[in-house]
Ligand binder design. Sequence first.
Ligand code: PLP
Length: 434
Amino acid sequence: MTLDDCRALDHADPLRELRDLFTLPDGVIYLDGNSLGVMPTATPARVADVVAQEWGNGLIRSWNTASWIDMPQRLGNKLARLIGAAPDEVMCTDSTSINLYKVLFAAMSQAIDSGEPQRRTVVSERSNFPTDLYIAESLCRERGFTLKLVERVEDIPAALTPEVAVLMLTHVNYRTGVMHDMAALTEAAHAAGALTVWDLAHSAGAVPVKLNACNADFAIGCGYKYLNGGPGAPAFVWVNARHASRFEQPLSGWFGHAAPFAFTPHYQPAPGAARYLCGTQPIISLSALECGLDTVLAAEPFNADGEPMSALRIKSLALTDAFIALIEARCPGRFTLVTPREHGQRGSQVCLAMADAAEAQGNAAYAIVQALIARGVIGDFRAGDAQTPHILRFGFTPLYLSFEDVWHSVEHFVQVLEKEEWRRPEFNQKNAVT
Ligand SMILES: *Cc1c(COP(=O)(O)O)cnc(C)c1O
């Protein structure tokens, strides 16, 4: 693959003009949209208008006149189509961690209500995102459950024993880029009498998700990654309609009440997914999230059959294929590919580890990422431990990345390695956020 090949791919790319929806700093190739999405060009003016007009002039009236009160649901309806959910099943609210607390609690309730005292295990992966494991740890401790962590993807089906109440997985693993088979694992969990909780942090806006077609039970996900909602953007929560009014969630605040403005002293959960709201919503942040959602919807991410994410997925796979091919051709022997080559198992990111055993546990991965960032190629680093290598992680967002970007990012890789730039002391000092 040559630079001219990349330019030809860009020329034929039906999504290439969507880059104009974003404000990217000059000289930056941004391969970290899986951690914090790029700012949509529409966001500053929209947020300024919400502040100056809706808040400044409208004041309290804007809860009605600017429909602030409906925002979690209205935004949820925009997002629903991207994740294979139906209208009014999704709420944009709170953080991913907090939403996980709510839905995992609700999912555990089925086992408690069922009168099967032995069904007290939550299964997840040891390599799941830490906040997911920490939230599960805390809920398991509080409710007398055991958290069982499997080491390898292949071990999940065998872990679904009659003790399992909930299978809690992140659909696309944050440090490997492995995408699970949601339909098959959901079916296996149901066959074992368990419910599923899916974290879509690296899926929503990145890969096709079909929650209802997979008959999943609960899902949550992140607003500031591929949905471009801005730092700390509100997250989302989805509940299968057959469970939505069945369980209570533990953060029973007034926005999840059946009649918040009746001001009654006792909690009565709202019917449906609205009960997964808690308190007053962050309107300014929700308005920024809406601008982000609109960028994904601008890709017309549905084919004629209404299948979500088709054009975005095709380009995402082509970008990650090109990156893998160029890294292997131009930096031979230096890196091991951690992300699967099989399209069906790959998210929208590519994760590399150092091929050399000493380098894999040493500082090289971190320092190479720092040297690339200094050159304007922004990816990130995820620390490993004695069993797992350090990871160089690169997210590919088809909305604003070109094939030429991929070419130049690998050219910078070559330079960083050939000139041994990464050995400089300034690239070997750890920052607080990696
Ligand atoms: C990014 C991410 C989160 C983030 O949770 P916050 O509550 O926003 O900090 C959670 N889970 C996974 C799998 C993630 O990738």
